[in-house]
Design a protein around this ligand. Structure first.
Ligand code: ATP
Ligand code: MG
Length: 241
């Protein structure tokens, strides 16, 4: 069966800067995969390559078994792959509700499994009641944690098969991190695959089943996420800066 997302021997660049070196990875339907690695190894560049924001000069990106000749953000979204970017990027001039509706406009309108109704605004408000309270305030008037909830809600509104989460808990209070972990698990339980870029070990252990570890622009190790002290130590060696 073809993978939901596959990168095969990808070289990617920003201008002349060569960042990804024959990077390969696969995410299957419904999987919960953590992508880990030290600062600057190229994790965000993996996301940017899928979106066409870094230039791929060798290799292949495929979604649902279909090679994407020239990656673009709207192409990924149409194929069911959506990104919650590092640093969130809420649109300042739009209200909370308008930000959510923007997410719906980018998607394919159906999720991969077809066993669930598509996400809509009332359902997102059930997940994140605070967003309902603040529906008509500008997105940027929210706290950092609320902005991250909005970014996740906006991604869900496109009814993706796979969500790429780029350091979604960076800088957030532990209580918000706990809340987001519950939401990620709920979303994954409903059949949406997750690729979670994270440095927070306990979050990785709570959410992911498998990990891919990067070094110097390539995937250099992978395995099953094991929450025992030894398992956590093995993950930490790939993360510690
Ligand atoms: N727009 C850009 N132009 C040139 N180089 C860049 C650009 N963005 C990132 N880089 C460089 O590419 C390398 C990989 O960066 P990337 O952001 O992918 O790392 P990362 O693993 O996501 O790091 P972090 O954990 O800090 O988010 C770094 O050396 C970075 O300085
Ligand atoms: Mg990054």
């Amino acid at each position: 069966m073809s993978a939901l997302l596959e990168l095969h021997e990808v070289d990617a660049f920003y201008g002349a800067a060569h960042i990804l070196h024959r990077l390969s990875l696969r995410v299957e339907a419904g999987e919960r995969v953590a992508l880990i690695g030290r600062n600057g190894v190229g994790k965000t560049t993996v996301v940017n390559t899928i979106l066409g924001l870094a230039q791929m000069r060798h290799g292949k990106v495929s979604i649902g078994g279909k090679a994407i000749a020239r990656p673009r953000p709207y192409i990924a979204a149409q194929q069911g792959v959506v990104v919650v970017p590092q640093g969130r990027r809420i649109i300042a001039n739009l209200t909370v509700e308008e930000n959510l509706l923007l997410g719906a406009a980018t998607g394919q309108g159906k999720n991969s499994k077809g066993n669930k109704e598509p996400w809509n605004v009332p359902e997102i408000y059930k997940l994140f009641p605070i967003l309902k309270e603040r529906a008509h305030t500008p997105g940027t008037a929210l706290s950092g944690g609320q902005q991250q909830m909005l970014a996740v809600g906006r991604a869900l509104m496109s009814n993706p098969s796979l969500i790429l989460l780029d350091e979604p808990t960076e800088g957030l209070a532990p209580v918000i991190v706990d809340q987001l972990a519950d939401i990620f698990n709920l979303v994954a339980d409903q059949g949406t695959a997750l690729l979670l870029i994270e440095q927070n070990l306990s979050l990785i252990a709570r959410v992911s089943h498998r990990y891919l570890a990067m070094s110097k622009g390539a995937v250099v190790a992978e395995g099953v996420v094991d929450a025992s002290p030894d398992g956590m130590q093995a993950l930490a060696t790939h993360i510690a800066v």
